[in-house]
Structures are given as structure tokens and as C-alpha cells.
Design a protein around this ligand. Structure first.
Ligand code: CUK
Ligand code: CUA
Length: 660
């Protein structure tokens, strides 16, 4: 049961002051040991609710008009998008188009800026208009979320996207030049100087062909460090670099912080170098790649690696600088630490002093001390792996191991000195206490069942230097019996868990079916750290350049200009009217059409479609967009506004006439 220790007592944030009062009153009645003293409600009585269910409902309930105190950015999985969710109400606020066209936002349906960003994600010139998005990462300042940017990776094609949280639009997609698949990304360094993209399945550099029989010599692992230019709001490819790694399968990465700032920790598996081929009598991948008792946590000196890269001590892969494995060994950029049995997860504690790793086939979490790692490096307390990389002595760097349950995966933290680890096989979340300086002892505190087969979990600001606690979202892969079955593909289940209480007092508050993609991970930020625009700052604002376009149409300069078969149109949109309304051209003309929504008030969005031409724009107040196409289809095309913007929205249209 909620102890009112946390969120609602922490003081009002925009829009929830009233609510806090409301909860304090209710909470006063419903907390304590006497469960009979709860509020009375005929609905609860009729439906037979227990006091705990009533408490759960009241904790997640946001009265109409109240704003959630937390916002979660969850991956949209195969949808290639980002889902924006209010916490604790778990209401979906938006699905941001990222790697995948998104019609409502006019993302990839004619607006040139959006198509240019999507085209940045091409692989060897081929459009790849979906993604396997895994790990969103909020930008940080001094190790805390700052609410400015969001990054997310596409595992399937090794791509990274940058989303600007002023307008929640994707500004950049980068295709990794050295790898075709990634996984250990995105995570950012504490001041967002670097966006980390770790590899996964080894391939030859630049995914060029080499036979599987030459796996050991020709296949490579990698991690890429993308330099983020906060001023420009873009990754600066020219200052970025990659590191060549052994053909182990690198997994999740996390950035060091505070005492470990400047270091990066990436898990791995398949240090067996299994190459599959059960058809030839070899062990299948799942057996071959989990035969050994240990794989290697990669401990990377990023600060030093950046110096080596900027000194030009690199080789080129597809024009991109890469530090060779030998250079990493010679320069002391890379160390390994044994990590038990099919490791997954690599999570740095709030103080940066400990790194937590799970073993999918080991019931423990293993906690390493950063300080001990540094001592082992200084005293050369290591052996060498087969590629000559120093492997630090396990016993000398391991701080603690805690048996938490079966199938531990990912860990986040709270403000009570507790850590939370997802247990895939047990379908549970384990709460365990960190040892000093966080708590007295390294020990399991308790578990809470979730439904079912949890992957990631996310606590409020739970991977920063100052986690909030309060709430945890369990991202469950299976839902089995939790919802109506909409056919054999079932929704996944986000479950909101109350972690505000002490000891083993944790409870599931709410089930949220996720009807899209397989969202792997999400991050939860305090809503008041975000300051998105209500509308674009100025009429004629181009979200692609994030500036006012001097060529944008504004009220009074609407016109049509013809130059041979080139037709350029400047249009404006305002409730409930497009100017000009009638546009007549010749079939075969090349059309460049600029449109500005000249409104400057909240929520006055207009859409714009030309039927048959696969064009749909979303023009938020102030926004300008340009479409460019060959008018190769003659006929009469009523163009119209696709947002119900006003009483005369249906009349907000015009005729686009293409003369044969
Ligand atoms: S991986 Cu999905 S549950 Cu991509 Cu973060 Cu562990
Ligand atoms: Cu503008 Cu409907």
C-alpha cells in the first residue's frame, strides 16, 4: 500500500497541486494498518473491490484536466516509433514517428524535411521504413535528465535517431557505417557529450562478405561513440568514432557517472565464438553461445579512446574512423571482467561506484566495484583472453552477488538505496538493497510478481544520479490471460508498480496493454523537466532546420509562379481556409508547394492532403512545410485539411486541377 512518502508529498508540479491535496485526504483515510477505515464507495462495494484495489485505482487516477507528474518515453519496438505515456495514469499521449512513416504527424508523407530525415536511415541507398527500436535515452546534464533530447536505436539496422523534445519530432537518423546490427544503445554520457551504440551480432567490418568459417579472424564486434552537438541538436558524425572489438556479441552498455565518468561498461555473450550450423552437426547458437560459465563485461576508457581517435590513431571503415583492437590493447582502452552465465544488463548505480550485471542463466545479480576495477588495472591483476585483451581477476573486482531469482535481466534504482532487477523466468521484480554507502547490506529485500515474462523495467529517473523511486513500470513480454485476446498476437503488458513503500511492500497498481510493437525499454522523467513548445515560435517555422524559413508563405504573399514546367506555390492555412483555393496546372508539371499554418495559438493544427498523391501533412501552429512532386496524374483533386480544426473544417479545402 502507498505510504505517501513519495510523489504526492513532494510538492505540487504544474497541474497536480489540487490532486496532491486530494490524495493526502484519501491517503489519510486509507493508509495505516486498519484496512476497514477506507473510503466508502458504492461502486467499490458493488464491484467487490478490496481496499488495496481501491488504493491502486486512486493512485493511478488523474481527474480530467490534471496532468501526470511523470512522462515515460517507451520504445515502440518493431513499430520504429517512440510511445509517450503519462505516469501514473498510463495514458498514451503520443506515438512519435521515428524510423517509420507516421501519417497523423505527416511524418514521411510528402513533407520534404521529414522525408530527408527518413532518407538518412537508408541502408546502401535502400529505404528501410521500419525499425526494431530497443533503448530510448533521455539527454542528461550532470547525470540527470534535462528534458532536451531523446535518442533511440534501431537494433535491426544499426541506426540511431535524435528527437528534439521542444517539438517531439525526430531531427536526425544515422546509419552506423561499420555495423548492420546493433544493440547496446542508446545510452548517453552524463553530459550527453557521447551517445553510445554498442554492437551485437558480429560481422566483418562494414558487413562485407566473409565466409562463416573465417569467423574468428574476419568477424568483428564494435562499439560506436557518437558525438552529440547539443547546440546544433544533432550528432556530429565527423567527431564520432568506433572501436573494434573481438567478435563476441556485445550487449547492453551503460555510461559511467560521477566517480566512473569517462568509462563505459558493455556486457557481451558468445565469447565461445559459436558459429551455429546445427545442420552440419554443430551446437545450435543458443547452446553454443551459452556453453561457457562466463562472458566478458567490456570496460572501456572512453575519455582516453576519444583522445586516441582525435589523434587519428584509427583506420577507416566506410570512411568512418575505427580504433583497432590492437590499438585499444596497446593504449589501455579496453579491459574485460568475467560476468556469469549468459549475461544481460549492465547498469551503473546512481553514484557511479557499482556496476550491476545479470546472468540470464544465473539466479544472481553480480555487482562490481569500479574502484576495485581501477585497482586491478593499476596492479595489472589480469590474464589475457585469446585476442590479448586483459581480463581482470573476477574475485578482486566483484563486490557482491545476490541471489534474486530466475532469469534476471535489467536493473534500475530508487532513492531508498534499493535496486530493482527484472526476473524474466520468475515473472517478477526483485528489490534488493545496495550496500554502503546506500544501505547497510547487499541483500534481497523482496519480490513482486508481474504478468508475465518481464524484460526491462524502468523506475522514475531510475538510471540517473538521483533516482526518484515512487513508480516502476514492468515491461512484460507476455500477457496470456490479462486481456481480451485480439487474435493470436496478444498485447504486451506494461504494469505500473508502486515502489514508494519500505521493505518488501510493493504492489502492482495497473495493467496497460501495449497494442504496438515490442517496447523493450523506456525512461521516465519528471514532467516538469520538459518544456515543449505549445506552438512553433514564429510563423513560417521549419521544424527540420528549427528556424524560420525566409521563403515560407505568410499572410499576404500567397501566390503561384510558373517557370516553364516548374510551378511553385506559396499557400497559407488558417481556420478555416487555404489560400489560394483553386490551383490549376498542366499534367507533367513539376510542383514545389510551400504551405504555412499561420496560426499562433495552442492546438490549432491543420492537416493537408492531396488525394491520390500519397501526400499528408500535419501543420502545427506556425509550421511551414514544402512538398515537391511530379504532377503526373491528371484530373481533379480536392485538397483538404485532415484535422477537424473548426466548425467549418469540412469547408477547409480547395481544388487542385491537373489539366491533361
Ligand atoms: S534487450 Cu530487450 S529485454 Cu534489447 Cu534491452 Cu533486455
Ligand atoms: Cu484546418 Cu480542418
Amino acid at each position: 500500500m502507498r505510504r505517501l512518502r513519495g510523489l504526492w508529498a513532494k510538492g505540487p508540479i504544474k497541474g497536480v497541486a489540487l490532486l496532491a491535496t486530494f490524495f493526502l485526504v484519501v491517503g489519510a483515510c486509507s493508509s495505516g494498518d486498519d484496512d476497514s477505515g477506507g473510503i466508502t464507495s458504492s461502486v467499490a462495494e458493488e464491484r467487490g473491490f478490496t481496499q488495496d484495489q481501491i488504493d491502486a485505482a486512486l493512485t493511478t487516477y488523474m481527474p480530467s484536466g490534471e496532468i501526470d507528474p511523470y512522462i515515460m518515453f517507451a520504445s515502440g519496438g518493431q513499430g520504429g516509433q517512440v510511445i509517450v505515456i503519462g505516469v501514473p495514469s498510463m495514458r498514451i499521449l503520443k506515438v512519435i514517428g521515428v524510423f517509420t512513416p507516421e501519417p497523423w504527424q505527416g511524418w514521411g508523407y510528402g513533407a520534404k524535411g521529414t522525408e530527408e530525415v527518413l532518407a538518412q536511415g537508408q541502408v546502401n541507398g535502400r529505404d528501410v521504413l521500419w525499425a526494431d527500436t530497443h533503448h530510448p535515452a533521455l539527454s542528461e546534464t550532470a547525470g540527470d535528465y534535462d528534458g532536451q533530447y531523446l535518442f533511440i536505436n534501431d537494433k535491426a539496422n544499426a541506426r540511431i535517431a535524435v528527437i528534439d523534445l521542444r517539438d517531439f519530432e525526430t531531427k536526425q537518423i544515422i546509419k552506423n557505417p561499420v555495423a548492420i546490427v546493433d544493440h547496446g544503445g542508446t545510452k548517453v554520457t552524463p553530459n550527453t557529450e557521447w551517445v553510445i551504440e554498442g554492437g551485437q551480432y558480429a560481422t566483418p567490418h562494414g558487413w562485407e562478405y566473409a565466409p562463416i568459417s573465417s569467423y574468428e579472424s574476419d568477424y568483428k564486434g564494435m562499439v560506436t561513440f557518437w558525438k552529440f552537438d547539443r547546440e546544433a541538436g544533432r550528432i556530429d558524425e565527423s567527431s564520432s568514432f568506433a572501436m573494434e572489438l573481438p567478435p563476441y556479441w556485445q550487449d547492453l552498455c551503460d555510461a559511467g557517472k560521477l566517480v566512473s565518468e569517462g568509462w563505459v561498461f558493455c556486457g557481451s555473450f558468445n565469447t565461445e565464438l559459436a558459429t551455429g550450423g546445427i545442420e552440419d552437426g554443430n551446437p545450435p547458437f543458443e547452446a553454443g553461445a551459452s556453453a561457457r560459465d562466463n562472458d566478458y563485461l567490456h570496460v572501456i576508457n572512453l575519455d582516453k579512446a576519444a583522445e586516441v581517435a582525435s589523434a587519428g590513431n584509427t583506420f577507416d571503415v566506410n570512411g568512418f574512423p575505427m580504433i583497432s583492437l590492437q590499438t585499444s590493447i596497446d593504449e589501455g582502452l579496453l579491459y574485460f571482467v568475467p560476468e556469469p552465465k549468459s549475461p544481460h544488463g549492465s547498469d551503473v548505480a546512481p553514484g557511479g561506484d557499482y556496476i550491476v550485471v545479470s546472468g540470464k542463466l544465473d539466479p544472481h545479480v553480480t555487482i562490481y566495484s569500479f574502484e576495485k576495477m581501477m585497482t586491478a588495472i593499476d596492479t595489472e591483476n589480469w590474464t589475457l583472453d585469446q585476442f590479448g585483451v586483459p581480463v581482470l581477476d573476477f574475485d578482486s573486482v566483484m563486490e557482491a552477488q545476490i541471489e534474486v531469482g530466475l532469469g534476471p535481466l535489467h536493473t534500475e534504482f530508487d532513492d531508498q538505496g534499493y535496486a530493482y532487477t527484472s526476473l524474466f523466468l520468475d515473472s517478477a521484480v526483485a528489490r534488493w538493497s545496495l550496500g554502503p554507502p546506500y544501505n547497510d547490506a547487499w541483500e534481497l529485500i523482496g519480490t513482486v510478481p508481474v504478468h508475465y515474462n518481464i524484460g526491462h523495467l524502468s523506475t522514475a529517473e531510475g538510471d540517473t544520479v538521483s533516482p526518484d523511486g515512487d513508480f516502476l513500470v514492468a515491461m512484460n513480454k507476455w500477457s496470456i490471460d490479462r486481456f481480451f485476446h485480439p487474435g493470436p498476437l496478444l498485447p504486451q503488458n506494461f504494469q505500473l508498480v508502486d515502489i514508494s513503500g519500505p521493505g518488501d511492500d510493493m504492489s502492482v497498481l495497473y495493467d496497460m496493454p501495449i497494442g504496438m510493437g515490442e517496447p523493450h525499454y523506456g525512461q521516465i522523467i519528471k514532467a516538469d523537466k520538459l518544456s515543449p513548445w505549445d506552438f512553433y515560435p514564429g510563423v513560417g517555422f521549419d521544424p527540420h532546420t528549427m528556424s524560420i524559413d525566409p521563403n515560407a508563405p505568410v499572410a499576404g504573399n500567397e501566390r503561384i509562379e510558373r517557370n516553364g514546367d516548374q510551378v511553385e506555390i506559396w499557400s497559407t492555412a488558417i481556420r478555416s481556409h487555404f489560400t489560394p483555393e483553386i490551383i490549376e496546372i498542366q499534367a507533367g508539371d513539376h510542383v514545389v508547394w510551400h504551405i504555412t499554418n499561420i496560426e499562433q495559438s495552442v492546438d490549432s493544427t491543420h492537416g493537408f492532403t492531396i488525394p491520390g498523391y500519397n501526400i499528408n501533412l500535419s501543420l502545427e501552429p506556425g509550421e511551414t512545410a514544402t512538398i515537391e512532386f511530379e504532377a503526373d496524374m491528371d484530373g481533379v483533386f480536392p485538397f483538404y485539411c485532415t484535422e477537424f480544426c473548426s466548425a467549418l473544417h469540412l469547408e477547409m479545402m480547395g481544388y487542385f486541377l491537373v489539366k491533361p
